[in-house]
Write a new protein. Sequence first.
Length: 225
Amino acid sequence: MDSQNLIKMLSVVEQSSFTLDPPNGLRYDTPFAKRQESLINNQFQSDVTFLVGEKRTPIYSHKLLLIVASEYFNAMFNGNFRESQSAEIEVSDVEPEIFLEILRFIYCGKVRLTIENVLEIYVHAQKYMLNELRRRTIRFLEKHIDSDNVLKIFAQNRLYEFSFINDKCLTLIRKNPLTYFHHEDFYALDRKSLEIIFSSKKINCTDEQLFQALRDWKKINESEY
């Protein structure tokens, strides 16, 4: 075959064989992490569907990616569990937006942490045995707990009672309690959170200031008594 015919043949092959669009919005010319991210909740080649939260929202996933990232999922799909034979798995203890962040970390090593979602993501990082994600949430909390959000995070932690979060929050509160006693989040504290703060040792205020803070809180939260 002469060179001109070979060139023509290659041209035909290029035009006919390699012009298929990638499926389901995938892109061939993007970085690896971006390609992985595009697979999140993508039906393309999905072999398992999670029914997530109270509304059983369907979220599509890929067993292989879950297995190589998590001992939990490896046991689920390769162990003697009914989920290993099921195409649909119910996950009722988490909301869809949190579960999608867990998948984002599994698929491409990214996670969108906020003060509002970090504790719940920490809980499910523990559940799914994602140690690096758990470490990231701890670093996020250590960096972002401050005077503006410490009371809110401390109250949220009543659902989980993580000791490292209690310690971090109480250290801040004890140093300058009078500032926090006048913060709007103080009046939204539940009774248990209030009791923990008031029983804390080495709190930097007088007993009278503690009693006054309690009286102020009771005015707003009379239903607690």
